[in-house]
Design a protein around this ligand. Structure first.
Ligand SMILES: C[S@@+](CC[C@H](N)C(=O)[O-])C[C@H]1O[C@@H](n2cnc3c(N)ncnc32)[C@H](O)[C@@H]1O
Length: 252
């Protein structure tokens, strides 16, 4: 596996809150910076400071449908042990899951998103990373790249052990979905795509398991498996299947 040299490979803990600013991190600074962004998932900065989700204010902190707890429920068990692995995360948003993977031992995570999808996402993700590195006195080898996922083939990000696209691939059209999938097959032996059979009636079939299965099969992943467990039991309701199953494309 070729690993390109990353200029962002952190060797020291950055104490500055952002480039060009000499105000060091503090709880007060983190609280102020949180207000500069909108938040997709609740984001825990430690010491009782949590950026609450604007997209989904009622989501439980340990939701199986969002953030690091979603990763732990449905994604982690479908990836190889992350120790030493190189992972590409498409549609990484503010980087909560990218950082989580680095904390679980990934050697490098490259997160890709685009401003058109989430305004100021890269600045926000760099803030989350720097604030958590300061809080945890750690460094995370995570770097972020501004790129429409459809343009990924034009970048040389090297090879990966896995590419993941959680609740995002279906935002682009079918032709672009196929291009992204072929690119994933060119750079990694495993492509994990999260579907969404509950929301997004407007996106219709593109979010569906059957469509995504066929997409992966026809674009470089001859073996495709699906993981759709039961959802968390809810009192008074019949058991039901998890509405965000993952589809796994295996190259070999
Ligand atoms: C519903 S959010 C999911 C975020 C994260 N993957 C998760 O599961 O928590 C969709 C993300 O996909 C990103 N996105 C949408 N269209 C994109 C595109 N064409 N290229 C790259 N990212 C895109 C959005 O900016 C947003 O961050």
């Amino acid at each position: 596996m070729s690993i390109p040299t990353s200029s962002s490979r952190a060797t020291t803990i950055e104490l500055d809150s952002r480039e060009g600013s000499d105000e060091p991190f503090s709880d007060d600074l983190i609280r102020r910076r949180i207000k500069e962004y909108k938040w997709f998932v609740h984001t825990n900065f430690g010491n009782g400071i949590v950026a609450r989700s604007d997209s989904w204010p009622d989501q439980p902190e340990d939701s199986w449908h969002a953030g690091a707890s979603k990763f732990d429920f449905i994604v982690r068990r479908n990836l190889p042990d992350l120790q030493g692995k190189r992972i590409l995360e498409i549609g990484c948003n503010a980087g909560v899951i990218s950082i989580h993977m680095a904390r679980l031992g990934a050697a490098e995570v490259v997160g890709v998103d685009c401003d058109r999808g989430w305004s100021k996402w890269k600045e926000q993700a760099e803030f989350v990373k720097a604030a958590l590195e300061w809080r945890c006195k750690a460094t995370y080898n995570v770097r972020y790249v501004e790129c429409d996922m459809g343009d990924l083939p034009s970048l040389d990000l090297g090879e990966f052990d896995a590419v993941i696209a959680l609740n995002c691939l279906y935002y682009v059209d079918e032709t672009t979905m196929a291009r992204v999938t072929r690119h994933a097959a060119a750079v990694a032996p495993l492509f994990l795509v999260q579907s969404n059979v509950g929301d997004h009636p407007g996106l219709r079939h593109r979010t569906n398991v059957a469509f995504l299965q066929k997409l992966l099969e026809s674009n470089g992943f001859p073996r495709v498996t699906v993981d759709q467990p039961w959802d968390k039991p809810r009192r008074g309701f019949l058991p039901r299947r998890y509405t965000r199953p993952v589809i796994l494309g295996h190259r070999g």
